[in-house]
Design a binder for this molecule. Structure first.
Ligand SMILES: [Cu+2]
Ligand SMILES: [Zn+2]
Length: 223
């Protein structure tokens, strides 16, 4: 910068060459504004640097904060099924988000051979011994009860799961009505297995009988 050498030069030169003289007064008059300008410039650049550093730190922290709150959307959920009082059913249901819906993979043990009503119920609450605390079929669209093939039906209508002679059941399908997002999200709801077959007609339950297993749908560690 042009005036920088003056900052360095002016005060010593004045004191050295022109002690107590008219020249000193003149030099003071000439030099002082330059010194003041240079000092102001240094002050402004220092403040700017401090502000810039502060701002970038704040932005970095904000970004980190956003990363923590706006986590990647859940891709996988799991429901571990436990038998209700007096029953022996156990198993897991794994839900995976796909572009066309949710893949459902269920593996159950301890069933009586044959078909059993299999639904997502409204509440993730399996606290009552008979599973009634889970509420009715999950139905965010206010539709009638139906089969998983129906266009209009409860979002929780997964139909029946069929056990073999050993009481084991495996079911796998992609459900276009299920979602992991918004008010229709299945996360935090429950899966209920019934004693009887769902007739897919009787309102609003499919007449599937008592609830023999209940489990809460939660986020899976494996995503
Ligand atoms: Cu049910
Ligand atoms: Zn239903």
């Amino acid at each position: 910068m042009k005036g920088e050498w003056l900052v360095f030069f002016c005060p010593p030169a004045i004191n050295y060459f022109f002690p107590d003289s008219l020249f000193r007064i003149i030099f003071n008059y000439l030099c002082d504004p330059i010194i003041r300008i240079m000092q102001t410039k240094t002050f402004i650049s220092t403040i700017s640097l401090v502000l810039a550093l502060g701002l970038s730190t704040a932005l970095a922290q904000d970004h980190q904060h956003m990363n923590m709150t706006a986590a990647a959307p859940a891709r996988k959920a799991i429901c571990v099924l436990y038998a209700t009082q007096g029953n022996t059913v156990s198993g897991t249901v794994i839900f995976t988000r796909l572009p066309e819906g949710v893949r459902v993979v269920a593996d159950l043990n301890g069933l009586t051979p044959g078909k059993h009503g299999f639904h997502i119920h409204e509440f993730g609450d399996c606290s009552s011994p008979d599973g009634s605390s889970a509420g009715g079929h999950f139905n965010p669209s206010g539709s009638p009860h139906g089969s998983p093939m129906d266009m209009s039906r409860h979002a929780g209508d997964m139909g029946n799961i069929e056990a073999d002679a050993n009481g084991k059941a495996h079911m796998e399908y992609i459900d276009p009505h299920m979602s992991f997002d918004g008010p229709a999200s299945i996360l935090g709801r429950s899966v209920i297995v019934h004693a009887k077959e769902d007739d897919m007609k009787t309102q609003p339950t499919g007449n599937a009988g008592p609830r023999i297993a209940c489990g809460v749908i939660g986020l899976s560690k494996a995503q």
